[in-house]
Structure formats: structure tokens, C-alpha cells
Design a protein around this ligand. Sequence first.
Ligand SMILES: Cc1cc2nc3c(=O)[nH]c(=O)nc-3n(C[C@H](O)[C@H](O)[C@H](O)COP(=O)(O)OP(=O)(O)OC[C@H]3O[C@@H](n4cnc5c(N)ncnc54)[C@H](O)[C@@H]3O)c2cc1C
Length: 550
Amino acid sequence: MKIAVIGCTHAGTAAVKAIAAEHPGAQITVYERNDNISFLSCGIALHVGGVVKDPEGLFYSSPEQLAALGVDTRMRHEVLQVDAAAKMLRIRNLTSGEEFQDSYDKLVVTTGSWPIVPDMEGIKLDNIQLCKNYFHAKEIIARAEGARRVAVIGAGYIGIELAEAFCELGKEVTLLDNMDRVMAKYLDHEFTEIAEEELTARGIRAALGEKVSRFKGENGRVTTVITDKGEYEADLVVLCIGFRPGTDLLKGQLDMLDNGALLVDEYMRTSNPDVLAAGDSCAVRYNPTGKAAYIPLATNAVRMGTLAGKNLTEQKVKYRGTQGTSAIKLFDLNIASTGMTEAAAEAAGLNAAAVTLRESHRPDFMPDIEEVLLKIVYEKDSGRLLGAQILSKADLTQAANTLSVCIQNRMTAEDLAYVDFFFQPHYNHPWNLLNKAGLVAEEQRAKAADDAAEDHGAGAAEEAAEVQGAQAAEEAAEDHGAKAAEEQGADAAEEAAEVQGAQAAEEAAEVQGAQAAEEAAEDHGAKAAEEQGADAASERKQGKAQRVSA
Ligand SMILES: Cc1cc2nc3c(=O)[nH]c(=O)nc-3n(C[C@H](O)[C@H](O)[C@H](O)COP(=O)(O)OP(=O)(O)OC[C@H]3O[C@@H](n4cnc5c(N)ncnc54)[C@H](O)[C@@H]3O)c2cc1C
């Protein structure tokens, strides 16, 4: 079986060693365009700052060591083209200029990443440096010798480490970032505020929230960094603004994230079954979200490389994903983080909460104690741990590794509260700080549940009141209607009665009047008749008498 590996730093070296162990009879060829393998770039700042005197210590393998495993390592050989369908490579020997082709049965892509270089005015000026490999490390050290003012662009881990190294060398250091906090990807503001105070106290100028727009220079060499808010003089500029996966060779042939990171499954297989990949050239499974993400770290690279080697022909060992666990020493501060910050969890739309504890790292009766700041981030509903950060002058960074295990295994705040940790006064309290964080998180969750229940009760009462109110109003309206109707009815009846009464009275009066009139008339008539009759009788009587008397 012919196996080709492209690139041999951390992922490549790990893959090659695993392949050699798993497939002793295989023909393994490594193509590396550089003149060294397995360089630990994490040592660059230490070398620049003079902590690591001998750069040879920054390599942990060599072509000779790999040769002893039966591996053919072709140094200064750049792979120019990959034809994944035909399983063919085109390669250039960078020393001789010769180009040739090679075939493979299985290909392992460990081409890593390259620093992002912004396309802006003045970017090609001399003394604007990248910081990635051994060549860069040597260049930075050489150019720093003649530089008084150094500008570091990018306040992530690498930029911070370099700023500290230049400060230790007595340079005037300006650290620039367009974010308004340092290390904003890894730490929340409670932590970055302390880090920023430390930088300022050490004389490093932090120009945060400023976007670099161009560089000015004299005689082809950089003199000034210009941002949207100011200008900073610099004899040396180091760019540390992030990395891009080096996967142009595979574009259009393998599935990738938008930034070019290769998508691999849990056995490090790409979308082509005969091509495996590992390290900075790939996306990783980020356990807090369960999604593919680009987190270029040496830790991921060595694990993924080993798995690519083990799983080359059979699916033997699964990748467990990552929390992006990392640490940094900033002067006297030991800082570490794992998983999501609270800000990142919010930005991802997770329903998260956090506990922040500021305590002594061991009992007060001990001769010296240090303050420790610990934060854990968890999912409100499930209590699942999402992330953690820790900072102290005491080295408690291993707590981030412990919490990384918790996150990877989907442990909850309650699990953390009651997991078994040792107590020994030299190191901690009877309640370990991590237990305590879990306990406080559980209290918060219980309170949140109570509040929610109360809110729910209040809401239900409000709803009930609304319903009752509506019913009462309805009933009242009904009653009112009935009453009104009654009243109207009464009024109407009254009116009707009045009208009727009046009419009746009128009619009665008419009738009575008529009767009375009639009667009266009758009476009157009778009376009149009577009176007339009486008058006539009297007249007749008087006439008779007159006649008698006459
Ligand atoms: C200054 C600095 C400090 C860091 N500190 C830390 C730290 O403290 N902790 C941590 O976990 N990580 C750290 N990292 C990140 C870590 O270095 C990377 O994640 C790691 O190097 C990735 O390893 P890799 O093998 O995947 O890729 P790379 O290191 O990028 O190696 C890829 C290799 O492939 C070769 N190559 C690429 N294309 C071709 C081609 N076409 N033909 C032939 N060869 C090719 C390159 O020459 C290179 O040797 C740091 C990085 C830097 C720059």
C-alpha cells in the first residue's frame, strides 16, 4: 500500500508515526515544503523573550527519526496539485526545481494553516512580520534587535505572548486589536479586564477597539501603523490576526467549511474515502455546540493526526471532539479556558447562565494565599456545562482540563457540585472550588425554577383574573341589559300605562263625560221638563185663580 502525507508539523508527524506503527509494510512518503518538521510554534514567544535559549529544543522529531520508522521524508518538497479522483500528486523539489508526479492508495492531508495577511496599503513594507514557523521566529528575533518600538496586531493568545516577550526585552510595545477586549474569544470581560490592567501596569499600550487601516513607511521600511482612531509609530510590526486553513490544493474536490477547513468524520475521513485529514487544515467537532468549527490548536492537531493514522484503512478509534481548551501565562497571571464563554454562548443563542467565584485558592491559615477567579457557563434548562475560565497567580490552570473533561462528557452543574475531588490545605479548600461553582449554579437553577413557578403562578392568576373579569363583565353586562330592559320595560309599561291611562281616562272621561252629559242632559231635561211642567202648572193655577178672581 502506498501512503502519501502532505505536511509534517504536528498533525503530519503524529499521523506518520501512527501509520508506521499500524502498517509496518506500507510505503510511506511524506512531502514537506519546509526544511524542518515538528516545530513547536508555541515556543516562538518564549524564544523571542529569551526564556528558551536553544531553539533546537523546539523540535521533537526529525526526518532521521522518521526514517528509522521506515518513512521516506522528502524535505523542501512542495505538493503543487492533488487529483483526488486519479489519486495522483504533482510535486516540486524546491531545492532542485524539479517537478514530478506520484500516486497513492491513501492520502493524508496535514497541510495546516497560514497566517491571515490583510490586503491593505503598506502591507509589503519591510519589518512587517508573520509569526507561524521557525523561519519567522528567527526573522522576528533578528529584526527585533534593531527595533525600539514594536506593534503587535491582534490581541489573541499569540499576540499577547509576543507583547509580553517584547516588553521583557525592554521594547516600547503597542498591542492593537479591533475588538474592545484582549483575548475576547477565550475569556469574558471579568478576566480580560484583569489581563488588560496587567498589560498596562507593565507598560504595554493596549490600543483596543481600533481597526488597522494601513501602514506608512520610509525607505521601504514600516514606520507607522494607522488605525481608524490613531497612529502608532513602530520599527517592527508583527501580524497575529488569525489563521486560514491551507487547503487550496483540495478546493472543489473535498467538502469544506466556508473558510476552507476540510470537513472530516469521526474517523478523520474526508468526503473522499481514500483521503484522510487532520490538524489546522480541518474543522473540528466543537462539543459545546456539537457543530463543526475552526479551532486551530496543536492539541487538536496531534490527536487528529494520530487518529488519521490509526483509522487509515479501518475505523478503529473515534474522535471525541474538542472544547478548544487553552491556557496562557501573562506575566504572573495563570489563565486558562475551556468551551464557551458566556458572551459566546449568548451570541450562539444558547439559553445560558454563569457562576463567577472570587475566592482564596487555599485556607487562610496557610502562610500565603492567592486570589482565584473562576467562572463556569452552563445551559439553564439542562444544567449542562458549556465552558469555564480560571485566573490566578497560583497555577490552577489544570482546573480548565478537569472542566474540559466535564464538558466533553456532557456533565451538568449538579454533577460538578458532587463529583469527588481531594482536599489538602496546600492546594485547596474542603469544598473544592469546582464543587462550589457547581453548587452555586444549582442554587441559581433552583431559584430560577422557583421564580419561573412564581411567575407562572402570577401569570395563571392574572389569566384567571382576566377570565373571571371577562366573565363578570359579561354577566354584569347581561344583568345590566336585563335590568335596563326591565327598567326600559317598566318605563315603557309606565309610559304605556300613562298613555293607556290617559287614553283610558280620556276615553273614560269622554265616556263619562258623555254619560254625565247625557245623564246631565237627561237630568237637566227632566228637571227642565219638570221645572217647565211645574211652571206651566203654576201658570195654569195662576190663570185659573185670575180667572176665578176676575
Ligand atoms: C506562535 C504560535 C503559538 C502557538 N501556541 C499554541 C499553543 O500554545 N497551544 C496550542 O495548542 N497551539 C498553539 N499554536 C497552534 C499550533 O501551532 C497549530 O495548531 C499547529 O501547528 C497545527 O499543526 P498542523 O500540523 O495541523 O499544521 P501546521 O503547523 O500549519 O503545519 C502544516 C505543515 O504542512 C506543510 N505544508 C503545507 N502545505 C504544503 C504543501 N503543499 N506541500 C508540502 N508541505 C506543505 C507546512 O510547511 C507545515 O509544515 C500556536 C501557533 C502559533 C503560530
